[in-house]
Design a protein around this ligand. Structure first.
Ligand SMILES: NC(=O)c1ccc[n+]([C@@H]2O[C@H](COP(=O)([O-])OP(=O)(O)OC[C@H]3O[C@@H](n4cnc5c(N)ncnc54)[C@H](OP(=O)(O)O)[C@@H]3O)[C@@H](O)[C@H]2O)c1
Length: 282
């Protein structure tokens, strides 16, 4: 016997499997359901119980966690199980928009389900390591407080507030920054070329990006005294000209050129060298 809260996981893709594994390792009686049942086998071997239906899975635990492909799949699976979910706590860790979260919270409230929306800021191998993974939550504070410790088994648990869309908003904003960084990384690697890319990434690119996290933490407020805009514009022009000169594909620079177009539109064009002006207007 254990005093750990029983938990149900709906969805055993890459992420759902990692969540279930972390809960099993933390000693929680864990029930799992997946559309393709064979994915449950390794988890059952580690102590999980496989449920045959979503309703059976939901009935097994006071805390039900959904980690599915998208909002449509969540709706299609949970809608018919609303009666069973009633009176339970539902944590939806499926990626979605703030509006998806608000709609789901309203649906849940209408069925007596305490709803928490969430955004997982980690890849599956990081799940279970609170130093590396964190999960954003918003919605029912009572449900979050009931399961704070259990959710902590997945990664650092950060509650943003009772507005259900907040976790999705922060999740998407963080992902937007990640994808912007990723396109910059791809462009940087393309600039140095395939032969140098691996050593360049390990020795220079990763440490450089880590160092740049410091200034990012200071926020977006407009003080550019350390790095004046005019100076940055010249640097950007040199990136564009240098990449073009070395034959690097230009398409990955969209993440830099689009904001620069906005800066021009906002009237800072007198600070910008002609090359940037020309590109930003294109
Ligand atoms: N993987 C990551 O790095 C990561 C990181 C952060 C957040 N997330 C989020 O976690 C969620 C799950 O991602 P994942 O990586 O686990 O994706 P995944 O490996 O593609 O798994 C998708 C899951 O959804 C199920 N599914 C898809 N269509 C379905 C349908 N029509 N009916 C029933 N079940 C259906 C799949 O079932 P089958 O197994 O039967 O196909 C599987 O359980 C997503 O919202 C994702 O954004 C993932």
């Amino acid at each position: 016997m254990t005093d750990k809260t029983p938990v149900t996981i709906l969805g055993l893709g890459a992420m759902g499997t990692a969540l279930a594994t972390a809960l099993i390792e933390a000693g929680h009686p864990t029930t799992v359901w997946n559309r393709s049942p064979e994915k449950a086998r390794p988890l059952v071997e580690r102590g999980a119980t496989r449920a045959a239906t979503v309703a059976d899975a939901a009935a097994a635990s006071p805390l039900v966690i959904a980690c599915l492909l998208d909002h449509e799949v969540v709706d299609a699976l949970l809608g018919p199980a609303a009666d069973v979910l009633s009176g339970r706590d539902l944590v939806n860790l499926t990626n979605g928009t703030p509006e998806h979260a608000r709609t789901a919270a309203a649906w849940a409230a209408g069925h007596g389900i305490a709803y928490v929306d969430g955004g997982i800021m980690a890849t599956p191998p990081l799940i279970g390591d609170p130093a590396a993974a964190f999960v954003l939550y918003s919605g029912s504070r009572a449900a979050f407080d009931r399961h704070r410790e259990t959710l902590g088994a997945l990664g650092g648990a950060r509650f943003l507030g009772e507005e259900p869309g907040l976790a999705a908003l922060y999740d998407l904003a963080l992902l937007s920054a990640m994808y912007g960084m990723a396109s910059g990384v791809r462009h940087a690697q393309a600039m140095v070329g395939d032969e140098r890319a691996e050593a360049f990434s390990a020795e220079y690119l990763a440490p450089w990006l880590q160092a740049m996290a410091g200034p990012i933490a200071m926020g977006a407020a407009g003080d550019d005294s350390d790095s004046p805009l005019g100076m940055q514009a010249i640097g950007l022009a040199n990136i564009v000209e240098g990449a073009r000169g070395e034959g690097t594909p230009m398409s990955l620079l969209t993440h830099m050129l689009t904001p620069m177009r906005d800066i021009v539109a906002a009237g800072y064009d007198d600070l910008l060298p002609p090359l940037i002006d020309e590109i930003a207007q294109a």
